[in-house]
Design a protein around this ligand. Structure first.
Ligand code: PBG
Length: 328
């Protein structure tokens, strides 16, 4: 039927009418809030490159976790910074590491909050790479063994979900086997399955002090993170991670990769997470600060687009603000 029988504007006539026919609703249950933790006591230091984000210590992060839970946000994602970096990134699996201590403290105080831990080495290695560098190359298989150790240490501390973000081949399998062998069959794996070598991680690398060191011979992460131009290869990455034992798969970044989210949604049945990353966060923040856009409206529109594309879970530094906006 065509005009005038069909007038699509009829269903846009009022706020209630628009709500009635709305196809996509982002809600607080979809959100995950990322947090940064380092060793120490009483810390809540603003992160220069990421406005509104902080470096916490394992004691102060508990209060933040309580606040997140009170807002109704179901999960946090923890990133750690070490005291000392070395070639293997050994502090990443230390029992008394910042992440391990924070997980223990949070699980004790806020047991119902889902605690997800980022499993990677880039913040812990002296090279700033996500794995072990040997002769100017990444040693893929040796790295997988180290990542399994990291994941196990997080599971032992009480993490509900471990989230490998390194993009080595076979790391999900290595982690799954290690968790099974050590009697942690119920810890879930959310793999950063389709993680692209993106320009949008800049602010995070300052926050996590994890920029790759060019003197290693590898100035970027392009030999392990996916090429932004490749959609079919991204789907192959996701398929492999599911086969290796991932429970949730992630597409990262979100906004420049909505097509990947949609294609993954059509092809796979497990929950799909999308990471709205630091560069995307700061673009909106700075644009709003300059008076170009209305921040709350822009955030809601973007989160809706990520959900509409097919994501079940959205990891965003805007989680707290969005939860407050959604409450209004
Ligand atoms: C670590 C990791 C990165 C991010 C999450 N985990 C950075 C990178 O790959 O260099 C980026 C998150 C963000 O930009 O918000 N491998």
């Amino acid at each position: 039927m065509s005009f005038p029988q069909t007038r699509l504007r009829r269903l846009r006539s009022s706020d209630s009418m628009r709500r009635l026919v709305r196809e996509t609703a982002v809600c607080v249950d979809d959100l995950v809030y990322p947090l940064f933790v380092r060793k120490g006591r009483g810390l809540k230091e603003p992160i220069k490159s990421m406005a509104g984000c902080f470096h916490f210590s394992p004691d102060t992060i508990v209060k933040e976790a309580e606040e997140v839970a009170k807002l109704g946000i179901p999960a946090i994602l923890l990133f750690g910074l070490p005291d000392k970096k070395d070639i293997t990134g050994s502090e990443a699996w230390a029992e008394d590491g910042a992440v391990q201590s924070a997980v223990r403290a949070i699980k004790k105080d806020v047991p119902n909050l889902v605690v997800i831990t980022d499993v990677c080495l880039c913040a812990y290695t002296s090279t700033g790479h996500c794995g072990l560098i040997k002769n100017g190359c990444l040693d893929n298989d040796a790295t997988c063994e180290l990542l399994a150790k990291v994941a196990l240490s997080h599971a032992q501390a009480g993490a509900d979900i471990v989230a490998p973000s390194d993009m080595m081949d076979g790391r999900v399998k290595a982690i799954r086997q290690c968790l099974e062998k050590n009697d942690f069959p119920d810890v879930a794996i959310m793999s950063y399955a389709a993680k692209f070598a993106s320009a949008f991680y800049g602010p995070f690398r300052d926050a996590a002090e994890s920029a790759p060191d060019a003197t290693t011979g590898l100035a970027d992460r392009k030999t392990y993170q996916a090429d932004p131009a490749n959609a079919r290869q991204a789907l192959a990455e996701i398929a492999l991670d599911i086969e290796e034992g991932a429970d949730i798969v992630m597409v990262k970044p979100a906004l420049a990769y909505l097509d990947i989210i949609t294609r993954a949604r059509q092809r796979f049945d497990c929950p799909i997470a999308a990471y709205h990353v630091s560069g995307e966060y700061m673009m909106i923040h700075d644009s709003a600060k300059a008076g170009h856009i209305d921040k709350d409206a822009a955030v809601l529109e973007i989160l809706t687009s990520i959900k509409r594309a097919g994501a079940d879970i959205i990891i965003t530094y805007f989680a707290k603000e969005a939860a407050m906006t959604m409450r209004k």
